[in-house]
Design a protein around this ligand. Structure first.
Ligand code: ZN
Ligand code: FE
Length: 224
């Protein structure tokens, strides 16, 4: 009971103490290892950032497949949206992304999505058609697909760590996971068609605008 006779929620953080966060206290009380979660979120944010970077290159080499190019662009911009969505959360939890981008790229939670035929980015691609004997588009689609699969595993793990304990991080991770699962379905459909001549529909038509990110970017309140 407080002075006003009402029962209020209370905890360990003292009034006016800005060195601690109730937003973290309540998570720890529910069993979240916050330091570990911050590290996982930094790795995951690094993977989104590097994937966004590599997809920029991969998209450039999809000439002649304008539909694939557009879908790659949606996945690329949505990965950037994921980076934007999750990075502020790292700071809310008291963390920071590395001050050196090299550190950030090195600790990314998913492998580098190199352009095929470049020996892991070390060699220039003289002729986009001469990649390893098979069609370039199929090889690029395979790289795109595996990047999405790593993302699904990453965000599922964050969901597991936060389910029922940290609704805010869980909500963000689940939004991102929704889009990563869509991305996997897109690239399964395209790779299956391109490489194997087999139809495996994804249910996808097209985003309204490039990189719309229907789950991870909310429409602004001022939109009519
Ligand atoms: Zn993503
Ligand atoms: Fe993705």
């Amino acid at each position: 009971m407080d002075g006003d006779g009402k029962v209020h929620a209370r905890g360990r953080v003292k009034p006016g103490d800005v060195t601690q966060r109730v937003g973290i206290e309540v998570m720890e009380a529910r069993g979240v290892d916050v330091d570990n979660l911050i590290e996982k979120l930094i790795d995951a944010a690094g993977a989104e950032f590097t994937t966004y970077y590599y997809y920029t290159i991969l998209r450039m080499y999809l000439a002649g497949h304008e539909d694939y190019k557009e879908i790659c662009e949606d996945a690329r911009l949505e990965d950037r949206a994921h980076f934007e969505l999750i990075t502020p959360r790292i700071y809310e939890l008291g963390g920071t992304i590395p001050y050196d981008i090299r550190t950030f790229a090195d600790r990314a939670g998913c492998p580098d999505a190199y352009l095929p035929g470049t020996e892991n980015g070390r060699k220039a691609l003289a002729n986009p058609r001469d990649v390893l004997g098979t069609a370039t588009a199929a090889q690029i689609l395979e790289v795109l697909l595996e990047a999405e699969r790593c993302a699904i595993r990453t965000w599922s793990e964050i969901c597991d760590l936060t389910l029922g304990k940290d609704p805010r991080t869980y909500d963000m991770a689940a939004r991102i996971l929704n889009e990563e699962i869509e991305h996997e379905a897109w690239f399964i459909e395209l790779l299956s068609h391109e490489r194997d001549g087999v139809s495996r529909p994804s249910g996808h038509f097209r985003r309204g605008t490039p990189g719309e990110a229907p789950y991870s970017k909310n429409a602004g309140f001022y939109n009519p």
